[in-house]
Structures are given as C-alpha cells and as structure tokens.
Write a protein that binds this ligand. Structure first.
Ligand code: ZN
Length: 436
C-alpha cells in the first residue's frame, strides 16, 4: 500500500505524459522489486565535476533511482543485470523543432533564406493531423534511439500538430506551437492571424508543465502580439522559448521592424518576455548591453553549435556568457542542426570553442547535454543526472578497452558522423524500462 502510494505520487510529480505513464505501468508494476544494473557509470554533477564508477551500479525501483555508486555499495544482495557499456544520464535537448525532423540537415542557406525557401513550406504539411501523428511517433522514437529523454520543442503553428506531439511524446517535454502572425506565407499565418485567445486556450488545455509560450521570433510577431504573449506567460507561469540574434540579416530586419527598440534583445524585453523561465535560442550577435540584460533577467540560453555551423550563423560568445554567469545548455536545433544526436552537438561544441581558443572539456559537454538542460527547464530535482529519487532515465554507450578515463572516453564516443552518432547509444531507459 505504501509502496503504491509513493510510486503513484512520483509519476504525477514528474509531469509524465499519460502515454508514458501507461507504458511504465504496463512494464514496471508500482510495487516491483528493485533492479540492479551493473556497468561503468559516468554521472555529471556540474560543468567541471563528474563522478565515475568504473565498476558501478544503478539500483532502480518503481521508475526511480534508489542508489548509484560502486557496485558493492549499491548491490544489497541483488543479482545484477550486467551491461556491456557505460551508463550516462539521458540527454536533454532544450531547442528542437520536431516538425523539421524529416528535413533535418537537408538545406543550407543563411537563416532568412533557409526559413522562407525551405522550412516554412515544409511546416505547412503539418496542417494534416494524420501526417502530424505519424511524424510525431517517428520523431520521439528516433530521439530515444539517440539517447534523448526530454527537452523543449517547437511545433508548427497548427494546434492539431501540437496535440499530436503531446499525444506521442515519450519522456519529459515542454512543447509550444510557433506563433506567427506576420512576415510569413498566408498558408502558415492563415487568412486571419491566430488570435491570442487561441494560444491562451492551448496553454490552459496543456498546462504550464507541458505548454511553452513560443513566439517564433521577432519578425513573425507584432509588438502587440509579443506583449500579449509576455502577459500570458507571466499570468500563467508558463515557460517561454524563442530565437534571438541568430544572423546579421535577421538583426537588420528586426531593427527596421522595431525602430523603437534599443536592440534585438530590447524587442523581447519591452514585451515582458524575458525572465528566468525564458529559453533563448542561439544568442550569437549580441552587444554588451544585451548580454547584461539577459543576465539581469535570469534568462537561459539554448546553445546550438551544430545548427550555427550548418547555417553559417557564427559562434556564441562563450566568454561573454561565462563572464556573466548566464545559464546555458546544449541543443540540436533540428532541422537546421543536421542531427538529433546530442553526442553530435557535444562534438560541435568542443570543436567550435576550441578553435576560438576557449577552454572546454568533454566532461563539460556532457553536463551541458544532460543536467544543464534539466536545470534550464526547472526539472533538475527529478531529472538530468543519476541520483537517488530521480527518474531512472539513462543511456548505455559503448566503452573502450583499457583503463577507463572519462574525458578520453567521452572524446571517443562523440566522434563520428551525425548518422553514426544517432545510432551510437546501445539502449535508452525511461523510468527504468528499456525503450525501443
Ligand atoms: Zn530553432
């Protein structure tokens, strides 16, 4: 009785989608016996802090981690399921367009051309609920295959596509439909731009744990619409996601459209869109005033190095971020990013910043792809790394022979092409149950 009550409370607190709760209940009864997984364990604790158990164990009960550490400390006489690999926490992707999954990496152009010529036409297809449902199932299956267990995603403008994403989501996700009321084809905006009341209805239907207020970017919303979305988010405690300062041409267009604003960041700030629950994608072309503003508002950044490389957008100024203590986590930004693999994003993170002379480690890359993402989304008490009480969401990666060195192993495991890295994880567990 006590066990069942505890487990049931746990699932609700985790904000699991009903879809996932059903599958967990089917495969993992609430009063189940504990299971013990034995493998090397690499557990990120912070940007430069990582705990390694070469002969480690993760004990799981009712979807939660009960203990993690050296195998002899966590075994408690249980027979272990020995895994040939290295356990790490499941990845979090804090900026991904699920409706671009089918065309990820397919087009290369500067941002505004890429959007208008390729991406907006592709997103028009998600007016079809059957197509949306089918692609959403594929998307979440592919993410689990790549080791991603949660994050924050952009849907298309269509409420039906958003519903399909929520119905098919596996893992822990916040999702919002991109709000576009101007500056895009009529097929996306509609004969009459979507009213704020429609967004408010969607927000109320899905709730603040799942729905994220999503102005696509400044060029798709008037000052009034941006302000309305800011007010909606503040009133309901919703997270906010949008794009900021991705390309020089975008900056110039924003300056023309919003002559009253001090700069691009000020467009969002005067709309009340910046705060600790705001996650801003890219943040590449920012001035000192804007960096200071993001720090003062407590915003988080979705850092998308693979996307920035693919579109030639530039490099996020890591020194400026670090100097101000601004929170950031890694993200794929699929479909500009060519791969849903956070291993590939980690690889690009290291390559880009090292080429610019910044000190970055593979251990930091792992932290930015896991715990930092959960922290950015307010979920680190229950997700992001391996600790007693947290959800048993983890990934098995292949290991190397010889003495184990976490930094060297990580460098090796994130080497490869996007396609190779999407299939590198050997298995992914959600709530202690193997997926796939
Ligand atoms: Zn994006």
């Amino acid at each position: 009785m006590r066990c069942g009550a505890r487990a049931a409370r746990g699932y609700h607190e985790a904000g699991s989608f009903f879809h996932e709760t059903r599958s967990l209940n089917r495969s993992a009864p609430q009063c189940e016996s504990p299971r013990l997984f034995r493998a090397t364990v690499v557990n990120p604790l912070g940007p430069e802090d990582c705990r390694v158990h070469v002969d480690g164990g993760v004990r799981v009960r009712a979807g939660r981690i009960e203990a993690v550490g050296p195998i002899e400390r966590v075994a408690q006489g249980l027979e272990a399921e020995t895994l040939d690999g290295v356990i790490v926490p499941g990845f979090f992707d804090v900026h991904i367009h699920w409706v671009q999954h089918q065309v990820r990496g397919a087009f290369h152009a500067d941002l505004l051309t890429w959007l208008t010529q390729h991406i907006w036409p592709a997103e028009m297809a998600y007016a079809d609920p059957t197509r949306a449902r089918s692609d959403a199932q594929t998307f979440f299956a592919d993410l689990l295959r790549a080791g991603t267990v949660g994050g924050m995603a952009y849907s298309s403008v269509h409420p039906e596509a958003l519903g399909a994403a929520f119905a098919c989501a596996r893992g822990r996700w916040r999702i919002g439909n991109a709000v576009m009321t101007e500056g895009a084809p009529a097929a996306l905006i509609g004969a009459k731009p979507m009213a704020l009341s429609v967004i408010a209805d969607l927000a109320a239907r899905y709730g603040a744990e799942r729905f994220v207020v999503t102005p696509r970017f400044a060029l798709n919303c008037s000052p009034d619409v941006l302000a309305g979305l800011g007010a909606l988010a503040r009133a309901g405690g919703y997270w906010i996601q949008t794009h900021l300062a991705e390309s020089p041409a975008e900056l110039a267009a924003v300056a023309r459209r919003f002559p009253e604003a001090l700069d691009y960041t000020d467009v969002y700030d005067r709309a009340g869109l910046l705060g600790p629950r705001t996650v801003l994608g890219h943040c590449i072309h920012l001035g000192a005033r804007e960096w200071d503003c993001l720090a003062a508002r407590g915003c988080g950044i979705a850092h998308c190095p693979s996307s920035n490389e693919a579109l030639g957008s530039g490099r996020m100024d890591l020194a400026a971020v670090r100097a101000r203590g601004i929170r950031y986590a890694l993200a794929s930004d699929v479909g500009a990013g060519p791969s849903v693999s956070l291993l590939h994003v980690m690889q690009c993170f290291l390559v880009q910043h090292r080429a610019a002379g910044e000190r970055v480690s593979a251990i930091e890359a792992l932290y930015r792809a896991t715990l930092a993402g959960a922290e950015l989304l307010g979920w680190s008490a229950e997700s992001g790394n391996l600790a007693p009480g947290k959800r048993a969401d983890f990934v098995l990666l292949p290991k190397l022979g010889g003495a184990f060195d976490a930094e060297g192993w990580l460098e090796h495991v994130m080497a490869g092409t996007p396609a190779e890295l999407e299939r590198r994880p050997l298995a992914t567990w959600l709530g202690g149950s193997a997926t796939g």
